[in-house]
Design a binder for this molecule. Sequence first.
Ligand code: MV4
Length: 586
Amino acid sequence: MLVANRGEIAVRIMRTCAELGIASVAVHSPSDADALHVRLADEAVPLGDDPPSQSYLNVDKIIDAAKATGVRAVHPGYGFLAENAEFARAVEHAGLTFVGPPPSAIEAMGDKIAARRIATDARVPLAPGTVEPVTTADQVRAFGAEHGYPIAVKASHGGGGRGMRIVESPAGADQGLEAARREAGAAFGDPEVYLERYLPAARHVEVQVLADAHGGLACLGDRDCSVQRRHQKLVEESPAPGLPAAVRTAMAEAALRLAGAVGYLGAGTVEYLLDGERFYFLEMNTRIQVEHPVTEAVLGVDLVAEQLRIAAGEPLLPTGSDLVPRGHAIECRINAEDPASGLFVPSPGRIERLHVPPNPGVRFDSGYRSGDEVPPHYDSMIGKLVVWAPDRETAIRRTLGALDELVVAGVPTTVPAARAVLAHPDFAAARMTTRWLESTVELPAGPEPEPEPEDRRTVWVAGRRYHVPYLGERPPPARADTARPPVDGPRRRPTRNATAATATGSLTSPMQGTVIAVNAAPGDVVTAGQVLFVVEAMKMENPVRATTDGVVGTVTVTVGDVVAAGAELAVLDRADTETEAVKEPT
Ligand code: MV4
């Protein structure tokens, strides 16, 4: 098996391969030469340079590697080429098995209008919407007059929510349509859009399905993935809490009808919006998903093993699998992200120490070890903390305990954000919609002062020993081996993605992409290194930092704008007084 991926999912797939006695081949970029997925593989083939286009997205190089090593199958993981029908075809043309659905199913579900038509025919509920592309503002207003506002304008070839625009009233039709088409063209190479009635307060619930080559179809329960920000999921769980049995069954049956209608094969996910007790089809993901372990935890099934069995032409699932969920599982995505200024931007760097508490019910899927570097070129996810317990309440408490004991030193992480979610009363009551995290949860905006064991003092009181946090000046280390690396603070060094200020004080975008966050307004006093913008390109969020201390003059862009590489984002007037040196944490 060649695994055309990196990080935790490549590792995850290789471990199942090993268990099944299947030899694995890794591919890797130069930065990943010593990565865990390369170490675990039986063989490894270097690809081109670090940028994904030269390595993990390079179809020709990956097919060459597959041919050269004589593999019989290719597993794409998620992201990268996993939902690229051309890649699936290239694998098949090379005489190899693609671990996934037929290219026709990838294509049908990748075209969101085609997917809506297939779902309609399969009697899968959809939000009121169009099954034809929309090109004029008159069509938007006619839709609004019939179905009401707000209206979601969505890219036909988009997905994951990117490029979606909301039109609140007839007056916004021209601008909303224009912006959506422009963004869709820039981001997906096709400006085609369609309309849906927008549901403002829904949950995101998805259903896991498996289909084999013998007509076997199975539903493997559901997951709630409502806790996300900017379409990046943070916490997922299975089963979706509080679903009435009739709704659960209807969602599962609709998902199976859709899988059957599209000629599905392998593992797939049908995404819905859930509004009260009504659910509406959003899209189908034709891959193994990041959050698949919560399903594995409650069902005792190895989903990657099922993918491999199905790809080998075997019937799905061992006989006797009852597929009744047992207990509850929660996943927290642990990303290398900087919470400074309230923006969660990727912050790659060296993981000085990684320690996972080996508690019952705790699993940590990661592509990294202590001492590994998180490269800046790819997704910033370090790992996934997956916790199982007999019931949801215990699972929440157990996850909070595991988050407290988890050590990820050297890079700022999403651990404090996950803790804020898990400790929130709305989470306990399962009152989360897709807007909840951004609108309700107070996310810690700075690095948390996490006392390491070395920061604790041992004191004896009445013959008993206590370890107490040391809150004063940190004492000089007693011994060399108790010194800890200078970490945990927000790092103020510019990343490789940061731009250079031009002589005129323009802050420019380092790449073509979509502005997804603006944290600067005219008159703001900013310090060098402060994140002012986030530009998304190729599913990566790139921080753009102030290059000098100064004052923001004009802000040239707003959220949703598509910018070219080198385009001006803002004018920065350099502070003309002699400023103190930038405060570097030491
Ligand atoms: C919607 C919606 C509300 N109404 N469609 C974003 C992800 C993409 N699959 C579709 N998305 C949405 N479509 C209608 N008609 C709200 C979202 C949405 C969302 C959906 C799932 C998970 C997170 C989300 C966050 C914001 C918006």
